[in-house]
Design a protein around this ligand. Structure first.
Ligand code: GLN
Length: 499
């Protein structure tokens, strides 16, 4: 095992600083990647963020980046910076399990577009991270393999479903990670783990090669140490992709260039419905300090409203499972991963045994509720009604964003809960995402930034929601806030650097 002290100064730096050191030749991409792999070796047995570690793939990419620099080629802004990938994104030749037994042993046969893009800019992929099975959950406790631990307090969950990616970045096992967000799965774990996470506008980032959960809601996005890093990674993965017809033909702005630090005159709407009942007072106070900090920088604040927000949870839990029940029909034992060893009289019996053995309880619950909501006689009452209420919610969000440039709220009503605390209470678990659903249902971008700690030392996250395709604006606000504060630079005690 490597001496932690060797790499601590290095990997505790944000990705943009590491990239600058690599570009200037001060440190090689191979050395940074080795430090990342050493830290994974040291910490992953405790944190359990990774399902698969890919040292050969990572070191080969790092060497290619070093060789390119030696040949005098110009390196991109993230060249040589290691990245972790959520295990529902395909990396050619690497296991892709979605933390499900049904895909146990399955290796992807192509790269997701986002993976192709991070490879193309010279980022070494160090491994695949744990998640709730098929991205269904808020704690990684629905992983079929193991639970990931929150680096800030190992007895707590890291959030989910991108809990492995969030924990990997929080413990700086990798400077950056990719996650996916259908109802909060990037922002909620970012909040629980004290890091920055961006869910982009629906259509901003290609979903090709992301194993689909709720296809009208899913977006791939960045988990990072700060807004500069999130902006850099988003610039790499964003943009139209002919292989995903829902990806939008909208030019990708210079996200880093938009980080001017200037929020003068910006109108910030504090979402009234997400500041009251059910929100932990410590969380509320902390989010209000963000509003005050922005006022101090010349922004104005006011009260915004999303009147239909109470419907966000039921609408999400109809549309998400309905789409999931359709997406997950492909896992039948014929094409991918697990097939039952039991003798089956016919293919129907084989499908049903395979699925009964392969899917975990939460996935089964959603396939059943989704199938029910789509079935003849119930479609109009549930699915269609949910789609109509989704439109009302989208109109609410758009109206609020007509009055304000960004919306501010907590990312989560509570901070990280204990492992095992909510597993037997699915509704309480569903409530963990009450603040994040609206952005997915409305298709707009949402950013979580660390904004403080509870008395018990757990991170608190503030969420900025922006207009469609205005990721640059929420990143600018988040970055301005981070320039003025230091919550995002605090590191978990297990890194030996103090909290
Ligand atoms: N936690 C939410 C759920 O359980 C959101 C998941 C996600 O965004 N993938 O579905």
């Amino acid at each position: 095992m490597n001496d932690m002290a060797d790499d601590i100064g290095l990997l505790n730096r944000p990705a943009h600083e590491l990239a600058a050191l690599i570009r200037s030749g001060e440190i090689s991409a191979v050395a940074v990647t080795e430090a990342s792999l050493a830290r994974i070796e040291a910490l992953n047995p405790t944190v359990k963020a990774f399902l698969t570690v890919t040292p050969d793939l990572a070191l080969e990419a790092a060497k290619a980046t070093d060789d390119a620099l030696a040949r005098g080629e110009e390196l991109g802004p993230l060249a040589g910076v290691p990245i972790a990938i959520k295990d529902n994104l395909c990396v050619d030749g690497v296991l892709c399990t979605c933390a499900s037994k049904i895909l146990d042993g399955y290796r992807a046969v192509y790269d997701a577009t986002v993976v192709e893009r991070v490879k193309a800019v010279g980022m070494p992929i160090v491994g695949k991270t744990n998640l709730d099975e098929f991205a269904m959950g808020s704690s990684t406790e629905n992983s079929a393999f193991f639970v990931t631990h929150n680096p800030w307090d190992l007895s707590k969950v890291p959030g989910g479903s991108s809990g492995g990616s969030a924990a990997a970045v929080a413990a700086r096992m990798a400077p950056l990670a990719l996650g996916s967000d259908t109802g909060g799965s990037i922002r909620q774990p970012a909040s629980f783990c004290g890091i920055t996470g961006l869910k982009t506008t629906y259509g901003r980032v290609s979903r090709y090669g992301l194993v689909g959960y709720g296809s009208s809601l899913d977006q791939v996005g960045a988990l990072a140490a700060d807004c500069v890093d999130a902006a850099l990674l988003t610039a790499v993965i964003a943009g139209q992709d002919p292989r995903d017809t829902t990806s939008a033909d909208v030019p990708v702005p210079d996200y880093v260039g938009e980080l001017t630090g200037d929020v003068t005159g910006l109108r910030v709407g504090i979402v009234r419905e997400l500041m009251g009942e059910g929100i932990d007072p410590e969380v509320r106070e902390s989010v209000l300090t963000v509003a005050r900090a922005l006022e101090g920088m010349g922004a104005s604040t006011g009260e915004a409203s999303i009147p239909h927000i109470d419907y966000a949870l039921p609408v999400y839990y109809l549309i998400g499972p309905a789409e999931a029940s359709s997406n997950l029909a492909r896992f039948d034992g014929m094409r991918y991963g697990h097939r039952t060893k039991e003798r089956a009289a016919d293919h129907i019996e084989m499908y049903s045994r395979t699925r009964a053995e392969g899917f975990g309880p939460e996935v089964k619950r959603r396939i059943m509720t989704g199938t029910y909501a789509l079935s003849a006689g119930y479609y109009d009452a549930y699915y269609l009604k949910a789609q109509k209420v989704r439109t009302l919610l989208r109109l609410d969000v758009e109206a609020a964003l007509g009055q304000f440039d960004v919306l501010l709220s907590p990312t989560t009503p509570l901070t990280a809960f204990g492992i095992g605390e909510l597993v037997n209470d699915p509704i309480a678990m569903y409530m963990a995402d009450i603040c994040t659903f609206a952005a997915n249902l409305a298709g707009v971008p949402g950013l979580s930034v660390p904004c403080g700690f509870t008395k018990a030392g757990l991170p608190i996250g503030a969420q900025f929601t922006g207009r469609a395709f205005e990721e640059g604006t929420i990143l600018r606000v988040g970055d301005a806030y981070q320039r003025a504060t230091s919550h995002h630079t605090s590191l978990p005690g297990l890194l030996g650097a103090g909290g």
